[in-house]
Design a binder for this molecule. Structure first.
Ligand code: ZN
Length: 387
Protein backbone atom coordinates (compact mmCIF):
# COMPACT_ATOMS: atom_id res chain seq x y z
CA UNK A 1 0.00 0.00 0.00
CA UNK A 2 1.28 3.46 -0.87
CA UNK A 3 0.64 6.27 1.57
CA UNK A 4 1.47 9.95 1.65
CA UNK A 5 3.77 11.17 4.37
CA UNK A 6 5.60 14.44 5.10
CA UNK A 7 9.05 14.88 6.56
CA UNK A 8 9.60 18.38 7.89
CA UNK A 9 12.91 20.00 8.84
CA UNK A 10 14.18 23.40 9.83
CA UNK A 11 16.12 25.06 7.00
CA UNK A 12 19.54 26.63 7.40
CA UNK A 13 19.35 29.27 4.70
CA UNK A 14 21.94 31.73 3.50
CA UNK A 15 20.80 35.40 3.61
CA UNK A 16 20.30 35.35 -0.18
CA UNK A 17 18.20 32.19 -0.01
CA UNK A 18 16.15 33.65 2.81
CA UNK A 19 15.38 36.78 0.87
CA UNK A 20 14.38 34.68 -2.15
CA UNK A 21 12.09 32.58 0.07
CA UNK A 22 10.45 35.74 1.39
CA UNK A 23 10.00 37.00 -2.14
CA UNK A 24 8.54 33.74 -3.41
CA UNK A 25 6.13 33.45 -0.48
CA UNK A 26 5.12 37.07 -1.14
CA UNK A 27 4.47 36.36 -4.83
CA UNK A 28 2.42 33.30 -3.97
CA UNK A 29 0.39 35.31 -1.50
CA UNK A 30 -0.15 37.94 -4.20
CA UNK A 31 -1.36 35.34 -6.70
CA UNK A 32 -3.61 33.71 -4.11
CA UNK A 33 -5.21 37.02 -3.21
CA UNK A 34 -5.57 38.11 -6.83
CA UNK A 35 -6.95 34.74 -7.87
CA UNK A 36 -9.38 34.71 -4.98
CA UNK A 37 -10.52 38.25 -5.82
CA UNK A 38 -10.98 37.20 -9.46
CA UNK A 39 -12.74 34.02 -8.52
CA UNK A 40 -15.22 36.02 -6.51
CA UNK A 41 -16.28 37.80 -9.70
CA UNK A 42 -15.46 35.40 -12.48
CA UNK A 43 -15.23 31.68 -12.66
CA UNK A 44 -12.06 31.51 -14.68
CA UNK A 45 -8.44 32.39 -14.17
CA UNK A 46 -5.22 32.63 -16.02
CA UNK A 47 -2.06 32.45 -14.02
CA UNK A 48 1.54 33.10 -15.11
CA UNK A 49 3.12 29.71 -15.85
CA UNK A 50 5.53 29.44 -13.00
CA UNK A 51 5.59 26.24 -10.92
CA UNK A 52 4.90 27.67 -7.51
CA UNK A 53 2.36 30.17 -8.74
CA UNK A 54 0.45 27.43 -10.57
CA UNK A 55 0.50 25.46 -7.39
CA UNK A 56 -1.22 28.36 -5.62
CA UNK A 57 -4.09 28.10 -8.07
CA UNK A 58 -4.37 24.36 -7.41
CA UNK A 59 -4.34 25.03 -3.67
CA UNK A 60 -7.07 27.63 -4.07
CA UNK A 61 -9.12 25.12 -6.05
CA UNK A 62 -8.66 22.66 -3.22
CA UNK A 63 -9.70 25.35 -0.72
CA UNK A 64 -12.91 25.84 -2.71
CA UNK A 65 -13.52 22.10 -2.84
CA UNK A 66 -13.12 22.04 0.95
CA UNK A 67 -15.52 24.97 1.20
CA UNK A 68 -18.19 23.02 -0.67
CA UNK A 69 -17.60 20.12 1.73
CA UNK A 70 -18.57 22.36 4.61
CA UNK A 71 -15.35 24.07 5.58
CA UNK A 72 -14.89 27.85 5.72
CA UNK A 73 -14.77 30.12 2.68
CA UNK A 74 -11.15 30.65 1.54
CA UNK A 75 -9.60 33.70 3.16
CA UNK A 76 -7.29 36.35 1.82
CA UNK A 77 -3.74 35.81 2.99
CA UNK A 78 -1.86 38.26 5.15
CA UNK A 79 1.85 38.83 5.10
CA UNK A 80 3.59 36.96 7.87
CA UNK A 81 0.78 34.46 8.41
CA UNK A 82 1.32 31.00 6.91
CA UNK A 83 3.96 32.30 4.50
CA UNK A 84 4.81 29.38 2.28
CA UNK A 85 5.23 28.09 -1.25
CA UNK A 86 5.19 24.71 -2.89
CA UNK A 87 7.46 23.22 -5.50
CA UNK A 88 5.99 20.25 -7.37
CA UNK A 89 9.14 19.07 -9.19
CA UNK A 90 12.87 19.35 -9.65
CA UNK A 91 13.84 18.42 -6.10
CA UNK A 92 16.93 16.29 -5.51
CA UNK A 93 18.23 15.07 -2.20
CA UNK A 94 21.99 15.44 -1.95
CA UNK A 95 24.52 13.65 0.24
CA UNK A 96 24.35 14.70 3.85
CA UNK A 97 26.94 17.17 5.08
CA UNK A 98 27.04 15.55 8.50
CA UNK A 99 24.88 13.34 10.68
CA UNK A 100 22.50 16.20 11.46
CA UNK A 101 22.76 18.35 8.35
CA UNK A 102 20.89 17.30 5.23
CA UNK A 103 21.13 18.93 1.80
CA UNK A 104 18.72 19.25 -1.09
CA UNK A 105 18.75 20.83 -4.51
CA UNK A 106 15.70 23.06 -4.97
CA UNK A 107 14.74 24.99 -8.14
CA UNK A 108 15.83 28.64 -7.98
CA UNK A 109 17.03 28.37 -4.37
CA UNK A 110 19.93 26.10 -5.25
CA UNK A 111 21.44 23.89 -2.58
CA UNK A 112 19.72 24.30 0.76
CA UNK A 113 20.77 22.84 4.09
CA UNK A 114 18.41 21.68 6.79
CA UNK A 115 18.56 20.16 10.24
CA UNK A 116 17.85 16.49 9.63
CA UNK A 117 16.00 15.02 12.55
CA UNK A 118 14.89 11.76 10.92
CA UNK A 119 15.29 9.79 7.70
CA UNK A 120 13.23 10.65 4.64
CA UNK A 121 11.42 7.61 3.23
CA UNK A 122 9.69 7.04 -0.06
CA UNK A 123 9.47 9.00 -3.28
CA UNK A 124 9.41 12.81 -3.00
CA UNK A 125 6.30 14.15 -4.73
CA UNK A 126 6.60 17.82 -3.85
CA UNK A 127 8.20 20.15 -1.37
CA UNK A 128 6.67 22.87 0.80
CA UNK A 129 8.83 25.69 2.11
CA UNK A 130 7.18 27.57 4.96
CA UNK A 131 7.99 30.25 7.49
CA UNK A 132 7.08 29.91 11.14
CA UNK A 133 8.06 32.70 13.51
CA UNK A 134 11.04 33.90 11.48
CA UNK A 135 12.33 30.38 10.83
CA UNK A 136 12.02 28.66 7.49
CA UNK A 137 11.11 24.98 7.22
CA UNK A 138 11.16 22.47 4.44
CA UNK A 139 8.64 19.67 4.22
CA UNK A 140 9.22 16.76 1.84
CA UNK A 141 5.88 15.28 0.91
CA UNK A 142 6.52 11.69 -0.06
CA UNK A 143 4.78 8.56 -1.22
CA UNK A 144 5.82 5.74 1.03
CA UNK A 145 5.17 2.03 0.55
CA UNK A 146 3.94 0.34 3.69
CA UNK A 147 3.14 -3.35 4.12
CA UNK A 148 -0.49 -4.37 3.63
CA UNK A 149 -2.23 -4.66 6.99
CA UNK A 150 -2.49 -8.24 8.19
CA UNK A 151 -4.73 -8.15 11.18
CA UNK A 152 -7.39 -5.52 11.63
CA UNK A 153 -8.08 -4.82 15.32
CA UNK A 154 -11.54 -6.24 16.00
CA UNK A 155 -12.47 -3.54 18.46
CA UNK A 156 -14.74 -0.61 17.56
CA UNK A 157 -15.72 2.61 19.30
CA UNK A 158 -17.99 5.60 18.91
CA UNK A 159 -16.54 8.98 19.81
CA UNK A 160 -18.50 12.00 21.00
CA UNK A 161 -16.47 15.17 20.57
CA UNK A 162 -16.93 18.02 23.00
CA UNK A 163 -15.42 21.18 24.36
CA UNK A 164 -14.74 20.09 27.92
CA UNK A 165 -14.13 16.44 27.19
CA UNK A 166 -12.23 16.33 23.94
CA UNK A 167 -13.35 12.82 23.12
CA UNK A 168 -15.79 10.64 25.05
CA UNK A 169 -15.45 7.09 23.81
CA UNK A 170 -18.22 4.52 23.94
CA UNK A 171 -15.89 2.21 25.88
CA UNK A 172 -16.04 4.76 28.73
CA UNK A 173 -12.61 6.22 28.04
CA UNK A 174 -12.82 10.01 28.35
CA UNK A 175 -10.00 12.05 26.86
CA UNK A 176 -9.99 15.51 28.46
CA UNK A 177 -9.19 18.66 26.51
CA UNK A 178 -5.57 19.56 27.06
CA UNK A 179 -5.09 22.21 29.72
CA UNK A 180 -1.94 24.07 28.52
CA UNK A 181 -4.27 25.63 25.99
CA UNK A 182 -6.37 27.34 28.63
CA UNK A 183 -3.32 28.89 30.22
CA UNK A 184 -2.18 30.27 26.91
CA UNK A 185 -5.55 31.71 26.03
CA UNK A 186 -5.22 34.24 28.84
CA UNK A 187 -1.75 35.24 27.72
CA UNK A 188 -2.91 35.48 24.15
CA UNK A 189 -5.80 37.77 25.08
CA UNK A 190 -3.41 39.92 27.10
CA UNK A 191 -0.97 40.26 24.23
CA UNK A 192 -3.79 41.08 21.85
CA UNK A 193 -4.96 43.85 24.20
CA UNK A 194 -1.42 45.19 24.30
CA UNK A 195 -1.24 45.11 20.53
CA UNK A 196 -4.46 47.05 20.13
CA UNK A 197 -3.05 49.89 22.23
CA UNK A 198 0.12 50.22 20.16
CA UNK A 199 0.60 52.34 17.08
CA UNK A 200 0.16 50.15 14.01
CA UNK A 201 3.42 49.15 12.29
CA UNK A 202 5.56 50.78 15.00
CA UNK A 203 8.53 48.75 16.22
CA UNK A 204 6.76 47.97 19.50
CA UNK A 205 3.69 46.89 17.58
CA UNK A 206 5.84 44.53 15.51
CA UNK A 207 7.49 43.09 18.60
CA UNK A 208 4.14 42.32 20.22
CA UNK A 209 2.85 40.91 16.95
CA UNK A 210 5.82 38.58 16.84
CA UNK A 211 5.16 37.45 20.41
CA UNK A 212 1.58 36.66 19.44
CA UNK A 213 2.70 34.60 16.46
CA UNK A 214 5.17 32.73 18.60
CA UNK A 215 2.46 31.93 21.11
CA UNK A 216 0.09 30.81 18.35
CA UNK A 217 2.80 28.51 17.12
CA UNK A 218 3.39 27.19 20.62
CA UNK A 219 -0.31 26.44 21.05
CA UNK A 220 -0.42 24.75 17.65
CA UNK A 221 2.56 22.59 18.53
CA UNK A 222 1.01 21.42 21.79
CA UNK A 223 -2.25 20.65 20.03
CA UNK A 224 -0.61 18.85 17.13
CA UNK A 225 1.38 16.73 19.50
CA UNK A 226 -1.78 15.91 21.46
CA UNK A 227 -3.76 15.09 18.30
CA UNK A 228 -1.05 12.80 17.00
CA UNK A 229 -0.65 10.94 20.27
CA UNK A 230 -4.39 10.59 20.82
CA UNK A 231 -5.14 9.42 17.29
CA UNK A 232 -2.24 6.96 17.29
CA UNK A 233 -3.40 5.53 20.59
CA UNK A 234 -6.99 5.12 19.41
CA UNK A 235 -6.15 3.61 16.03
CA UNK A 236 -3.72 1.14 17.59
CA UNK A 237 -6.46 -0.70 19.40
CA UNK A 238 -9.60 -0.07 17.32
CA UNK A 239 -10.40 -1.16 13.78
CA UNK A 240 -13.62 0.80 13.41
CA UNK A 241 -14.20 4.30 14.75
CA UNK A 242 -17.51 6.14 14.38
CA UNK A 243 -17.86 9.88 14.78
CA UNK A 244 -20.40 12.55 14.01
CA UNK A 245 -20.21 14.32 10.68
CA UNK A 246 -19.79 17.75 12.25
CA UNK A 247 -19.52 21.00 10.36
CA UNK A 248 -17.28 23.85 11.44
CA UNK A 249 -20.27 26.13 11.92
CA UNK A 250 -21.90 23.81 14.42
CA UNK A 251 -18.74 23.61 16.45
CA UNK A 252 -18.06 27.35 16.55
CA UNK A 253 -21.59 27.85 17.88
CA UNK A 254 -20.66 26.27 21.17
CA UNK A 255 -19.12 29.53 22.44
CA UNK A 256 -22.54 31.15 22.37
CA UNK A 257 -23.83 28.59 24.84
CA UNK A 258 -27.55 27.88 24.98
CA UNK A 259 -30.57 30.04 25.72
CA UNK A 260 -30.71 28.90 29.32
CA UNK A 261 -26.98 28.96 29.72
CA UNK A 262 -25.49 31.74 27.60
CA UNK A 263 -21.74 31.89 27.14
CA UNK A 264 -19.59 34.71 28.47
CA UNK A 265 -17.03 36.61 26.40
CA UNK A 266 -18.75 35.11 23.40
CA UNK A 267 -16.89 37.10 20.77
CA UNK A 268 -13.41 36.50 22.10
CA UNK A 269 -14.13 32.88 22.88
CA UNK A 270 -15.72 32.07 19.57
CA UNK A 271 -12.79 33.60 17.70
CA UNK A 272 -10.37 31.52 19.71
CA UNK A 273 -12.56 28.47 19.53
CA UNK A 274 -12.74 28.82 15.82
CA UNK A 275 -9.02 29.13 15.25
CA UNK A 276 -8.12 26.37 17.65
CA UNK A 277 -11.00 23.95 17.33
CA UNK A 278 -11.42 24.20 13.58
CA UNK A 279 -7.95 22.93 13.07
CA UNK A 280 -8.09 20.53 15.94
CA UNK A 281 -11.26 18.77 14.86
CA UNK A 282 -10.41 18.42 11.24
CA UNK A 283 -6.87 17.38 11.97
CA UNK A 284 -8.08 14.82 14.50
CA UNK A 285 -10.62 13.44 12.05
CA UNK A 286 -8.01 13.28 9.29
CA UNK A 287 -5.40 11.71 11.54
CA UNK A 288 -7.88 9.02 12.57
CA UNK A 289 -8.93 8.46 8.99
CA UNK A 290 -5.50 7.90 7.48
CA UNK A 291 -4.03 6.13 10.48
CA UNK A 292 -6.95 3.69 10.44
CA UNK A 293 -6.62 3.13 6.71
CA UNK A 294 -2.92 2.28 7.10
CA UNK A 295 -3.96 -0.50 9.43
CA UNK A 296 -6.90 -1.68 7.34
CA UNK A 297 -9.41 -0.05 9.66
CA UNK A 298 -12.08 2.49 8.90
CA UNK A 299 -13.56 5.78 10.08
CA UNK A 300 -17.29 6.22 9.63
CA UNK A 301 -19.09 9.55 9.92
CA UNK A 302 -22.76 9.54 10.88
CA UNK A 303 -25.49 12.15 11.13
CA UNK A 304 -25.17 14.11 14.39
CA UNK A 305 -28.95 14.58 14.61
CA UNK A 306 -30.26 13.94 18.13
CA UNK A 307 -27.26 11.86 19.21
CA UNK A 308 -27.26 13.74 22.52
CA UNK A 309 -31.04 13.65 23.02
CA UNK A 310 -31.73 10.00 22.21
CA UNK A 311 -31.79 7.34 24.91
CA UNK A 312 -29.40 4.60 23.89
CA UNK A 313 -31.50 1.94 25.65
CA UNK A 314 -35.07 2.68 24.50
CA UNK A 315 -34.34 5.23 21.71
CA UNK A 316 -36.79 7.77 23.16
CA UNK A 317 -35.82 11.23 21.86
CA UNK A 318 -36.57 14.33 23.93
CA UNK A 319 -34.92 17.57 24.94
CA UNK A 320 -36.05 16.82 28.47
CA UNK A 321 -33.77 13.80 28.54
CA UNK A 322 -30.95 16.19 29.24
CA UNK A 323 -31.13 17.30 32.86
CA UNK A 324 -28.02 19.41 32.38
CA UNK A 325 -24.82 19.48 30.38
CA UNK A 326 -23.40 16.42 32.13
CA UNK A 327 -26.31 14.13 32.93
CA UNK A 328 -28.65 12.22 30.64
CA UNK A 329 -31.86 10.86 32.15
CA UNK A 330 -34.43 9.21 29.91
CA UNK A 331 -38.00 10.45 30.51
CA UNK A 332 -39.37 7.21 29.12
CA UNK A 333 -37.33 4.38 30.65
CA UNK A 334 -35.39 6.22 33.34
CA UNK A 335 -31.98 5.24 32.02
CA UNK A 336 -29.43 7.58 33.61
CA UNK A 337 -25.88 8.06 32.42
CA UNK A 338 -23.14 10.55 31.63
CA UNK A 339 -24.57 12.51 28.70
CA UNK A 340 -21.45 12.26 26.52
CA UNK A 341 -21.18 8.54 27.09
CA UNK A 342 -24.82 8.03 26.10
CA UNK A 343 -24.17 10.08 22.92
CA UNK A 344 -21.00 8.16 22.05
CA UNK A 345 -22.86 4.84 22.24
CA UNK A 346 -25.61 6.24 20.00
CA UNK A 347 -22.94 7.34 17.57
CA UNK A 348 -21.37 3.88 17.53
CA UNK A 349 -24.68 2.13 16.92
CA UNK A 350 -25.47 4.47 14.01
CA UNK A 351 -22.16 3.60 12.42
CA UNK A 352 -22.60 -0.15 12.69
CA UNK A 353 -26.28 -0.25 11.74
CA UNK A 354 -26.22 1.15 8.20
CA UNK A 355 -29.76 0.21 7.01
CA UNK A 356 -31.45 2.33 9.66
CA UNK A 357 -29.30 5.30 10.30
CA UNK A 358 -26.14 5.41 8.31
CA UNK A 359 -26.12 8.74 6.52
CA UNK A 360 -22.52 9.83 6.75
CA UNK A 361 -19.65 9.50 4.32
CA UNK A 362 -16.75 7.17 4.64
CA UNK A 363 -13.41 8.88 4.93
CA UNK A 364 -10.98 6.03 5.03
CA UNK A 365 -9.41 4.62 1.90
CA UNK A 366 -8.80 0.96 1.15
CA UNK A 367 -12.37 -0.35 1.03
CA UNK A 368 -11.37 -3.62 -0.60
CA UNK A 369 -9.04 -4.49 2.22
CA UNK A 370 -11.61 -3.96 4.89
CA UNK A 371 -14.85 -4.91 3.16
CA UNK A 372 -15.08 -8.25 4.95
CA UNK A 373 -13.54 -6.91 8.11
CA UNK A 374 -16.24 -4.36 8.73
CA UNK A 375 -19.10 -6.80 8.53
CA UNK A 376 -17.43 -8.96 11.10
CA UNK A 377 -16.82 -5.92 13.24
CA UNK A 378 -20.41 -4.79 12.92
CA UNK A 379 -21.81 -8.09 14.10
CA UNK A 380 -19.54 -8.33 17.12
CA UNK A 381 -20.25 -4.69 17.90
CA UNK A 382 -23.99 -5.31 17.88
CA UNK A 383 -23.63 -8.25 20.17
CA UNK A 384 -21.69 -6.16 22.61
CA UNK A 385 -24.25 -3.38 22.55
CA UNK A 386 -27.05 -5.78 23.37
CA UNK A 387 -25.33 -6.82 26.58
ZN1 ZN B 1 -34.88 5.33 27.57
Amino acid sequence: MTIKKSFKYRLRLTPEQESLCNQTAGSCRYVWNKALALKKELDWLSIPPSQSLQQVNKDLDQAFKNFFRGRGYPKFKKKGIHDSFRLPQGITLLNQLSKKVGQAQIPKLGTVRFTKTREINGKIKHVTVSKICRNWFISFNCEVDIPEPKEIPQSHIGIDRGIKTFAQCSNRLAIPTISPLKKNLKRLAKLQRQLSKKKKFSSNWRKTKQKIQKLHNHIANIRNDFLHKTSTQLTKSHGLIVMEDLKTKDMAKSAKGTKENPGTNVKAKSLLNRSILDQGWYTFQNHLSYKLSWKGGRLILVSPKNTSLECRKCHHISKENRINQEVFQCRSCGHTENADLNASINILSRGIDPPNSFKGGVLAAGHAVIACGVEALASTAKQELLV
